[in-house]
Design a protein around this ligand. Structure first.
Ligand code: NDP
Length: 492
């Protein structure tokens, strides 16, 4: 297979020194292909193309209906290629095929949502104290946007970044994770087929450092939108201080799910498993801390452990697999390290914990793992593991549940399960998290904002907030009857 290429100034091009990097299938660590490996000079070239397109090109001034038409066309093409997209993300990320199919459909829907939003009103008018003056605001694109995405949703995260940015008239540089470059190549082939003005949108392959870091530090980049780990988010924020570029960060979490005793045990068991084991737990909002009211814990814990052990773990391409491998050997080792650390500090392992010695040993599989009796200062309790590891605690009162749920530096997501509607509202209003659910979990809609409190980042993606984050607000104040002011006496 030819190496995957960057897309800069409307053309597919190799990195300058023609280095490449392999990308792998995490189900067996076989090589799937090669991607061109950029460096800081390639990043500068991509920034220059985007800069020229924004400062001198037609894209920012293209009428919104024309921008929308291109995004609608792109959505149609994504839909037509959904099977190939899902095959690539399953092979390259590891996720089960049904999840990758869901991502492909959601990607098309995301482009359609923002295509629609592009043509809707975005400004406001203001009544002023001076009747001769009127004022309005318009929303203008921020400019050149560097968009750095992780490996857990290779295609969908590209859509969350590109769709609102392009709808609002920005020029973009997308940097996928070096681990999962494959689906972005197909996306950019479709972008090329739709035909955006040269420089409106670039694809840049390469490592976080030097490529992502060059985007974050560049004084010619107006905004960085980042999804990934908290440590990297902190570095990006520091690098962005030079020109005080706009930064939005969607970082990790340690999200709580609180379940009261009135919940149907079947509902409780399935949602607890779905909350942590969907996407192998490599999900920013994964429900990794489960709080069960004591009476419910007594009822469901053995069932929860038994049901987790029965989850079908295997290659994502096998349609019977319900959980795939983790993205890389290094990440598998990190997650297994957390599990070993949990055992060392005396947490009770209910199920899972060991990697597989059978045919799955060649891949990066980790079984669904559940701990109880976790010391509150244990790493597995406090840190984002980003794998299939659930920590369970119990509570006696609503107050205790809220206190424990909020006892984390993160604040991305959270959920409460109860049949008592008032209690559900009370608890959810007090959860310090940006994305919350009552009696459900994980479901994410393009129409509503997504983002975290506390160390889970700031800024919002999706919904109208996600569009606004790619705009600057400009005030335009007009005098309705211009006349000399009489401010300077000598002018009479
Ligand atoms: P990173 O945060 O390092 O990766 C996310 C993206 O940032 C990738 O495109 C990466 O590039 C890029 N990147 C890395 N370093 C820099 C840098 N200095 N400047 C700019 N961009 C950079 O995630 P990891 O893969 O290292 O995972 C570490 C942990 O982060 C995980 O264990 C998990 O806890 C968390 N995480 C959270 C995610 C979320 O959705 N909130 C997603 C992924 C990880 P490249 O990969 O090519 O080096």
């Amino acid at each position: 297979m030819e190496p995957l290429l960057n897309y800069v100034g409307g053309k597919f091009v190799p990195a300058r020194d023609e280095r490449t990097r392999e990308f792998l299938n995490p189900a067996d660590n076989s090589v799937l292909g090669l991607a061109t490996e950029s460096d800081a000079a390639d990043a500068a070239a991509a920034v220059a193309a985007a800069r020229a397109a924004f400062d001198e090109g037609p894209w920012p001034a293209t009428p919104p209906p024309e921008r929308a038409a291109r995004l609608f066309r792109l959505a149609d093409l994504i839909e037509a290629n959904a099977e190939e997209f899902s095959r690539r993300d399953t092979l390259n990320n590891g996720k089960p095929r049904r999840e990758a199919r869901f991502d492909a459909a959601d990607t098309a829907a995301c482009f359609r949502y923002y295509a629609g939003l592009a043509t809707k009103p975005h400004g406001q008018t203001f009544e002023l104290s001076d009747p001769n003056m009127t004022s309005m605001t318009v929303r203008e694109p921020v400019g050149v946007c560097g968009q750095i995405i992780p490996w857990n949703y290779p295609l969908l995260m590209a859509a969350w970044k590109l769709a609102p940015a392009l709808a609002a008239g920005n020029c973009c540089i997308l940097k996928p994770s070096e681990l999962t470059p494959w689906s972005a190549q197909l996306l950019f082939q479709l972008i090329d087929e739709v035909g955006f003005p040269p420089g409106a949108v670039q694809l840049l392959y390469g490592a976080g450092d030097p490529v992502g870091s060059a985007l974050a530090a560049s004084e010619r980049v107006d905004k960085i939108a980042f999804t990934g780990g908290t440590a990297t988010g902190r570095k990006i924020m520091q690098a962005a201080t030079g020109n005080l570029k706009r930064v939005t960060l969607e970082l990790g979490g340690k999200s709580p799910i609180v379940m009261f005793a009135d919940v149907d045990p079947d509902v409780a068991v399935e949602y607890a498993l779905f909350g942590i084991f969907a996407g192998q737990g490599e999900v920013c909002n994964a429900g990794s801390r489960l709080f069960l009211e004591r009476a419910l814990a007594d009822k469901i814990l053995p069932r929860l452990a038994a049901a987790a052990a029965k989850i079908a773990v295997g290659p994502g391409l096998d349609e019977t697999s319900e959980m795939g491998p983790l993205v890389s050997r290094a990440h598998q080792q990190k997650v297994l390290g957390y599990i070993a650390g949990g055992r060392e500090v005396g947490a009770t392992l209910l199920t899972g914990g060991e990697s597989y010695a059978d045919h799955r040993a060649a891949g990066n599989f980790v079984p669904p793992t559940i701990f109880t009796d976790v010391p509150p200062d244990a790493k597995i309790w406090r840190e984002e593991i980003f794998g299939p590891v659930l920590c369970v605690d119990t509570f006696e009162t609503e107050e205790e549940a809220i206190r424990k749920a909020n006892d984390t530096p993160y604040g991305l997501a959270g959920a409460v399960f109860t049949k008592d509607g008032s209690r559900a509202q009370r608890v959810i209003r007090r959860l310090r998290a940006g994305v919350t659910w009552i009696n459900t979990f994980h479901f994410t809609f393009n129409e509503v904002p997504w983002g975290g409190f506390k160390m889970s980042g700031f800024g919002r993606e999706l919904g109208p907030h996600g569009y606004d984050a790619y705009t600057e607000v400009k005030q335009i104040t007009t005098h309705l009857a211009p006349a000399p002011l009489g401010w300077f006496r000598h002018l009479g």
